[in-house]
Design a protein around this ligand. Structure first.
Ligand SMILES: *Cc1c(COP(=O)(O)O)cnc(C)c1O
Length: 360
């Protein structure tokens, strides 16, 4: 069986080495040495001054909204994983959906200004499928209207924009290191910022608001991660360049094999530094998409409808909002399997099934 993704696992001996260390120190969580080491290495890899390793990407988003003190309306994309919107609602704010650019599937900056009201406090945009948003346009709008910018970078590990890591931009960016992601720590995530004052607040907030063993700095939550997950991160980070390289090869194989398939694909940001996180294809209709899913399931291949449904349709989004391009793309897009040890033969087999399904 081939799933849309498969978690990378390092050689078990390498994880065992870290476990020995944990057993000898008997330090399991609460800012242990492995967690500190992982944060240092991630800061270097992602080219960011402040990074906090947290429980997951959803807590990272909630912390971001909380620490920036956002209120009222947050402009966001309907074409993302559910956590992008649910975090906004969870933090007592209202998501205002701005439609996507049909060429990139990222939020369309040309439509943002029309959605700004006196209640708007921020823009929360996702670098969809690892393809950076129009960051400069979004930042210019935010500056003009005095809004904060959060980038959901859950797909963007290893992506860059204008020759810098995508995590260099915005007031805050968040990452997810869930097992399904390109770089993972089983469960985990991170929140990054350039602002030292915001960073200090996050450091407290992530740990219940503790300022010392007996006193509190302010409101906090349990957003900490632990030594076992950090150990997986340290193991996996050693292989990240190999993983990225392999994904590029598979990605290019798909491109080559699917040249004659009548599907649309998001235009990659033209700059170098794409991370090949997903291989989305856009079918001409939902019926054709469903036919292709059945064809793949027939050979035990399980792609995923990332992202379906479009998030404005969630039952807790009231009043109803209409976002035409996102709901149309969401109904027709499919992510094909792409992971480090998928073989070229498996890619070919998947592509042949799609081509057959197109012709018959
Ligand atoms: C995976 C994902 C998240 C949530 O991350 P978790 O670590 O699973 O909580 C948020 N946003 C996007 C775009 C994601 O793909």
């Amino acid at each position: 069986m081939i799933n849309v993704t498969k978690p990378f696992l390092p050689p078990k001996e390498e994880y065992d080495e870290y476990l020995k260390g944990i057993w000898s120190r008997e330090w399991l969580t609460n800012n242990g040495p492995l967690l500190n080491e992982l944060e240092l290495q991630l800061k270097k890899f992602l080219d960011v001054p402040h990074l906090f390793y947290v429980t997951n990407g959803t807590i990272a988003l909630q912390l971001a909204i909380k620490v920036l003190g956002l209120k009222g309306e947050i402009i966001t994309t309907p074409f993302s994983f559910v956590a992008t919107s649910s975090s906004i609602v969870w933090e007592g704010c209202k998501p205002v959906f701005v439609d996507i650019d049909p060429a990139t599937y990222n939020i369309n900056p040309a439509l943002i200004e029309d959605a700004i009201t006196p209640q708007t406090s921020a823009i929360l945009a996702t670098h969809v499928f690892g393809n950076p948003c129009e960051i400069k346009d979004i930042e210019a709008i935010a500056d003009k209207h005095n809004l904060k910018v959060i980038f959901d970078g859950a797909h963007a590990f290893g992506s860059s924009y204008k020759n810098r890591s995508v995590f260099h931009y915005g007031d805050i960016s968040t990452l997810s290191f869930h097992a399904t992601k390109l770089f993972h720590t089983i469960e985990g995530g991170a929140i990054v910022t350039h602002d030292a004052v915001v960073a200090k607040e996050i450091a407290h907030m992530r740990n219940f608001g503790f300022a010392g063993p007996d006193n509190f700095h302010g409101l906090g939550i349990n957003g900490k991660n632990c030594e076992f997950h950090a150990a997986m991160g340290l193991c996996n980070l050693k292989y990240i360049n190999q993983i990225l390289e392999r994904r590029q090869q598979l990605w290019e194989r798909y491109n080559y094999m699917l040249l004659s398939l009548k599907v649309g694909k998001p235009i990659r940001n033209p700059l170098p530094g794409f991370n090949f996180a997903y291989y989305p294809v856009l079918f001409e209709s939902e019926a054709v998409l469903l036919k292709n899913i059945r064809a793949l399931q027939g050979i035990y291949v399980h792609p995923r409808r990332y992202f379906y449904p479009s998030l404005e349709t969630l039952n807790y989004i009231l009043p109803k909002q209409e976002v035409k391009i996102s709901s149309d793309v969401a109904s027709r897009v499919l992510c094909l399997p792409l992971y480090h040890d998928l073989s070229m033969e498996e890619v070919d087999m998947i592509c042949r099934a799609l081509l057959r399904s197109q012709n018959y």
